[in-house]
Structure formats: structure tokens, C-alpha cells
Design a protein around this ligand. Structure first.
Ligand SMILES: Cc1cc2nc3c(=O)[nH]c(=O)nc-3n(C[C@H](O)[C@H](O)[C@H](O)COP(=O)(O)OP(=O)(O)OC[C@H]3O[C@@H](n4cnc5c(N)ncnc54)[C@H](O)[C@@H]3O)c2cc1C
Length: 373
């Protein structure tokens, strides 16, 4: 059997972030990816926002890794020349009933150590974003946007420069144990089994299914999963906004907000569409044009000037959820030996938003759990 020190399964954004961190600490190791491209699943189907950690419960992994990850990400972008923009974001109360929600968000942010939010009154809102209608807003000055693909390529380059080997078109079919060490078995054109000291399952939507297929893992370490699709519509024409504009959050997501990409194009979304699919392979990423009416209604709450016919179906992504529709949002989950009792295996579950922002902080935690920082 082939051996490696560390094997990471999944080349989204989280796998390469872990790879890069670990490549500095170990000599031989590899990253496996079942598609032919880096970040072709959830990591290329998101809003590309650098979040600040405003919304998450105090002490949660989401809050901690978002706050830490944001700082690491801005540093990384500056060091490696990844395109990004610290454009800021406004969370807008559409009517007086939502003003208390803004204050609750501000208090939650402060509890997470995010102290740079400030109130924006009606007059300032009109000055900052003349197209936006609302009664009050919160400004988050440190929110930004990033070229997520450029970021992943920089992570890949750095990992490879430090000795990592990335194998594409290499689907992992089974995780197991031999002689007290994790093993990973692949399919693909040239199937093989690798034994390693540390095995990191960073396979996003597929991570729970792989955990279910891991021999010896206790049932409590095999979480159930649900998928919530987020659809985007793109704006035909020029964006009237300079900042990201968010409504007050809705259950399951942040509400249909507007973000701009690095190229300056505006997109609206994501909404929240719970799927019946029980396997990631069954997810249909097509954006249903019939959802347009709901988008027009949601966007016009804060941008009444949205012209008819200006929204075009864009793209979609899927959130790996660890709690079902209607239940409280679950936290990120990083299960190591302390959680499941099996040495060397680390499973990452439920890495939905803010996973892009949090990626470098998640990598730090994985390195710590693996015993090499
Ligand atoms: C609609 C939406 C909007 C979002 N917006 C933001 C945002 O603005 N800001 C932010 O910070 N976060 C955002 N996120 C979250 C962020 O996109 C994710 O947290 C992040 O991309 C997850 O990365 P990942 O590497 O865990 O998963 P993925 O990107 O899904 O990567 C997992 C990889 O594992 C591979 N894989 C799966 N199974 C196997 C197998 N058996 N063998 C080999 N390889 C396998 C897959 O092919 C895939 O490439 C958003 C998410 C969604 C869905």
C-alpha cells in the first residue's frame, strides 16, 4: 500500500487552504479531487464576499473562524496579489419594524468582537447609496469582495510550492483504517489505496456521505445532511450601487442581497430553496426562471427603481446543512479524534457560508487538531 503523511480529500477552497498550511509542516502528502478542476463545486458558486462575522452566535465556530479568517484573508490577498476590494456593506431596514433587528445584529456583531459597525441614518443612506430605499442602515466598513478563483489558484500554487501534490479526477470511494492509521481508497482511471497519518475529509457537500462510508466511525460522527440551494439573478446593465446592499436576514440565509463581483457586475441572491435531493449528485443547479417574481419583490423592498426585465437567471450554489428546514442553523463541525475516537481522521461538516472567508482559519484549526501547527 502507498503511504503519505497527510491526505486531504477535496479541492474546493478549504482543502487547498489546509494543504497549504500542512505543506509547511510535513514532507509527503497529497490532495485528492474527483473533478478535473479546482473549486468547481460550492467554492465557485457563492457570493465571493469577505464576511466580517456579524451574524453568527457568540462563541460558535462560524463566528470565530469568520473573524479570524477575514483578517487572514485580507493579509493573504495583499501578500499573494489576489484581486479583492474592501467595498463595505450596508444592511438596510426597509421599514420601522426592522430597526430593532439592526440593533440586534449590531449587538451580535459586538459579542463576536466586530466593533466597526455604525448606524447610517436616512440622510446619509441617501448620500451613500441614492438608489436604495430604507429607513435606516448599518454600515459594515470591513466587508469586502474577492476573486474566489484567483484565491484558490494562489492557495494551490502555494501548497504545491511547499511540496503538496494535487491529483485531479481522483474520486475517493472509501475511507478506512489499517494498522491504526487512516486509509483512503480511490476510484478513477488508476484506483489506489493510500495509508496516511492524517486524513482530512474536506469534500464539502459529499463529506457526510463519505463519513457514512467510513468503517468504524460511530453513528454520532455520521451527521445527517440537507441541501439548501441558493439561486442568483444577475443585473442586465450597470449597477447603481457602490457597496454591497443586504436586507435584514431571513431564516436559512442572509436575504436576497446585491453583491458586485471584481469585474463590477451586480448579482442578486442567494435565496433559500430547500432541496429534496439526498445526494449532491442529484442537485440540479439550473436557476428556475419562475423564481424571478420573488426576486423582483425582494429586491424592490430596498431598490424600488429596479426596472422590469432587468433580472436574468444567473447561477446557483448549494449549502450543506446539518439541520433541517425550520430548525436553528447548525454550526461548522470539525470532528477529530477527540470527537469520534479514531486517530488521524478529521471530518469537516456543514461548511456553508462563511466558509470562503473562514478557509484559512479552518485550516489553522485542522492543523491544531492534527497535532502540527
Ligand atoms: C449560495 C452560497 C453563497 C455563499 N456565499 C459565500 C460568501 O459570500 N462568502 C463566504 O465566505 N462563503 C460563502 N459561501 C460558503 C462557501 O462557498 C463555502 O463554505 C465553501 O466554498 C466550501 O468550500 P469546501 O472546500 O468545503 O467545499 P467545495 O467547494 O464543495 O469543495 C469540496 C470538493 O470536494 C470534492 N469532492 C467531493 N467528494 C469527493 C470525493 N469522494 N473524492 C474526491 N473529491 C471529492 C468536490 O468535487 C469539491 O471540489 C456560500 C455558499 C453558498 C452555497
Amino acid at each position: 500500500m502507498e503511504t503519505a503523511d497527510v491526505v486531504v480529500n477535496g479541492v474546493g477552497v478549504v482543502g487547498p487552504a489546509i494543504a497549504r498550511q500542512r505543506a509547511r509542516a510535513v514532507l509527503v502528502w497529497s490532495v485528492l479531487e474527483r473533478t478535473a478542476l479546482i473549486g468547481s463545486i460550492t467554492s465557485s458558486r457563492n457570493s465571493e464576499v469577505i464576511h466580517t462575522g456579524i451574524y453568527f452566535p457568540k462563541g460558535s465556530l462560524k463566528a470565530q473562524t469568520c473573524v479570524r479568517g477575514k483578517a487572514l484573508l485580507y493579509d493573504f490577498c495583499a501578500t499573494y496579489g489576489v484581486a479583492h476590494r474592501n467595498c463595505g456593506k450596508l444592511i438596510v431596514a426597509a421599514d420601522p419594524t426592522q430597526v430593532d433587528d439592526l440593533q440586534a445584529i449590531r449587538a451580535k456583531a459586538a459579542a463576536n468582537g466586530v466593533h466597526d459597525l455604525r448606524d447610517v441614518d436616512l440622510a446619509e443612506l441617501a448620500e451613500l447609496e441614492p438608489a436604495v430605499r430604507g429607513v435606516m442602515a448599518l454600515l459594515s466598513p470591513s466587508t469586502g469582495i474577492i476573486d474566489s478563483h484567483g484565491y484558490m489558484l494562489a492557495l494551490q500554487g502555494d501548497a504545491e510550492a511547499h511540496g503538496a501534490m494535487i491529483a485531479f479526477d481522483t474520486p475517493v470511494t472509501r475511507l478506512g483504517f489499517a494498522d491504526g492509521c487512516p486509509t483512503v481508497t480511490t476510484g478513477g482511471a488508476e484506483p489506489f489505496t493510500l495509508q496516511c497519518r492524517t486524513l482530512v475529509n474536506a469534500s464539502g457537500l459529499d463529506a457526510p456521505a463519505l463519513a457514512r462510508a467510513t468503517e468504524g466511525l460511530p453513528d454520532t460522527a455520521r451527521p445527517a445532511t440537507w441541501f439548501a440551494k441558493g439561486n442568483y439573478y444577475v443585473l442586465a446593465g450597470r449597477s447603481p450601487f457602490s457597496r454591497l446592499i443586504y436586507p435584514v436576514p431571513e431564516p436559512g440565509g442572509l436575504g436576497v442581497h446585491v453583491t458586485v463581483d471584481i469585474g463590477g457586475d451586480a448579482r442578486f441572491g442567494p435565496d433559500v430553496e430547500w432541496l429534496e435531493a439526498t445526494s449532491p449528485d442529484a442537485i440540479d443547479y439550473t436557476v428556475d426562471p419562475r423564481r424571478a417574481d420573488a426576486f423582483y419583490a425582494a429586491v424592490r423592498r430596498y431598490w424600488p427603481g429596479l426596472p422590469d426585465g432587468a433580472l436574468l437567471p444567473g447561477y446557483s450554489g448549494a449549502r450543506p446543512k446539518l439541520s433541517p428546514p425550520g430548525a436553528a442553523a447548525a454550526d461548522f463541525r470539525i470532528d477529530g479524534e477527540a470527537e469520534h475516537g479514531l486517530p488521524g481522521l478529521i471530518n469537516l461538516f456543514g461548511i456553508e457560508s462563511p466558509g470562503l472567508t473562514a478557509s484559512l482559519a479552518l485550516a489553522e484549526i485542522v492543523a491544531e487538531k492534527a497535532g502540527t501547527t
